[in-house]
Write a protein of this length. Structure first.
Length: 487
């Protein structure tokens, strides 16, 4: 018989010993200025001592061997500090830069516990984007390769009947985006009991998942998880919501912090080109034509909207530059196929919206181009963090137009450094202007023929409707999720 689900009326995020929260929720930051100051706390972000190996952290022999086989000889600091805490049963809130080995920091101890007791769903990982969900599953599968691990990915844009069937088979690890797991939990009464013995809840990219936008989803998830689970939050950026949680969780959860504000790594070269808006494509074509000469294996070009992502993808196709485009107006199968083509090296260029700015770990990415400057500096840090990972070098080039000057100054202020000027000869770049303009006209026509605008408009209307409905419901509830998360 199924164990009864223990529903906690207040949906505590961290488990056990809870008392009602009295603080008002802090709204999620809308810009960098609103990001709060850090708490005073004991610093615990030191490097891994040189003699420490994975077996010193208390992990099972098979896990240590798997790490070695995957080329992970020594724990990174986030792993050194967090793995023993997770193994000892503590809740953990970890803040560490992207590329620091966060995934293995939670996946290894979870798999260690799972190997001891492989019954039912042991772990639910919630992550903000579909691409990250698939990437996390790959990492879980690699780290648990000798365990016969059953790992399910439950994200939007995929068949719900198949997902329901998969969940009913009680995989060991479920990796989900918030929206889809909520729908499955709410639509099928057989699904909540599947999670009744979950031992771990992980919120990956927790700052984003705890964003007010996912409030309803988190409520639905907390309702079907048992109280005595362990909760692990990992994030690369500190926000007001996380800050609130920290204050509420004082002395209960272990807090690991190697977070030093919005920082980029030293091995990343950051440059800008100041150009008029109407020649951005010409400069892009020029840079992409040179990538082999400057030793770039693959590059991600970030744009601000799905529309410009689609158009730029078509333009590059017209210019016979191999590229894949990734944005949220594409079907999930097209999104996966674009990412697969890029990751497997079939195409060296990915044009993407911010759907690809967080967490994606693709070691061959040597160049990031900000075709559009992001509105918030933290998005800049996430984007450029797709290159120069794990001690490697990388280059980020930002296209700055007359409209972006304030944004770029804001980014420089946050980074505490000035971007260098990208060196190129204007005459040489503009040689190809007619070819690029012609290709752009053809790409625009193709986009019209494909009916992109109509599809986009109907998607937008649908999204707006859902947002309005959600706003109505939230007004009725009049509370933020952070307030409900007791610790
Ligand atoms: P993450 O921060 O989880 O996205 O990890 C970034 C990259 O570091 C991934 O490619 C991991 O495979 C790699 N990695 C994680 N832990 C280690 C380690 N201890 N030694 C070497 N590489 C690692």
């Amino acid at each position: 018989m199924e164990e009864e689900v223990q529903v906690d009326q207040n949906f505590p995020l961290f488990s056990r010993k809870t008392k009602p929260a009295t603080r008002k929720p802090v709204p999620a930051p809308t810009s960098i200025e609103e990001t709060p100051k850090q708490l005073d706390k004991e610093t615990n972000s030191g490097p891994t001592p040189s003699h420490i190996t994975f077996s010193d952290l208390g992990l099972a022999g098979w896990a240590v061997q798997t790490c070695n086989e995957l080329g992970m000889k020594k724990p990174t600091p986030v792993q050194y500090h967090c793995i023993p805490r997770i193994l000892s049963g503590q809740d953990v809130l970890g803040l560490a830069q992207t590329g620091s080995g966060k995934t293995a920091a939670f996946a290894l101890p979870i798999l260690h516990r799972l190997a001891e007791d492989p019954y039912g769903v042991s772990c639910l990982v919630v992550t903000p984007t579909r691409e990250l969900a698939f990437q996390l599953a790959e990492q879980f599968r690699a780290l648990g390769s000798c365990l016969n691990l059953r790992c399910a990915v439950v994200v939007g844009g995929m068949d719900m009947i198949t997902q329901t069937k998969t969940l009913m088979q009680r995989p060991h690890v479920v990796i989900a985006t918030p929206g889809r797991i909520k729908v499955l939990i709410e639509q099928n009464p057989d699904i909540p009991p599947v999670f009744s013995r979950t031992k771990f809840l992980v919120l990956d990219e927790a700052d984003r998942v705890l964003d007010v936008g996912f409030e309803e989803e988190l409520r639905a998830i907390f309702e079907c998880l048992p109280k005595n689970r362990q909760t692990l939050l990992f994030s690369a950026t500190m926000t007001s919501n996380l800050q609130t949680l920290l204050e509420l969780s004082a002395n209960k959860a272990y807090f690991y912090e190697a977070y030093e504000g919005f920082k980029t790594v030293e091995s990343l070269k950051q440059q800008y080109i100041f150009i008029p808006k109407n020649v951005k494509d010409v400069y892009l074509q020029y840079i992409l034509s040179k990538i082999k000469d400057i030793g770039v294996r693959s590059a991600i070009i970030f744009v601000s909207t799905c529309r410009s992502c689609q158009l730029l993808g078509l333009l590059l196709e017209e210019l016979e530059i191999d590229a894949a485009a990734l944005h949220s107006y594409k079907s999930q199968s097209l999104r996966l196929s674009a990412l697969h083509k890029f990751k497997s090296g079939q195409v060296p260029i990915l044009v993407a919206t911010d759907v690809a700015s967080r967490g994606l770990d693709i070691p061959t990415v040597d160049l990031v181009v900000n075709y559009d400057i992001p509105r918030y500096p933290q998005d800049y840090v996430h984007r450029v963090g797709r290159t120069a990972r794990a001690g490697r070098g990388g280059l980020a080039v930002s296209f700055v137009t007359q409209n972006d000057v304030d944004l770029i100054h804001e980014i420089e202020a946050v980074l505490g450094k000035q971007l260098e000027k990208f060196d190129c000869k204007e005459n040489e770049v503009l040689d190809d202007i007619s070819k690029v303009y012609k290709a752009k006209r053809v790409a625009s026509m193709k986009m019209m023929d494909d009916g992109f605008e109509e599809k986009a408009a109907s998607r937008k209307a649908q999204k707006q409707k859902m947002q309005n409905e959600r706003k109505g419901r939230n007004k009725k509830q009049k509370r933020g999720v952070t307030k409900d998360i007791e610790v």
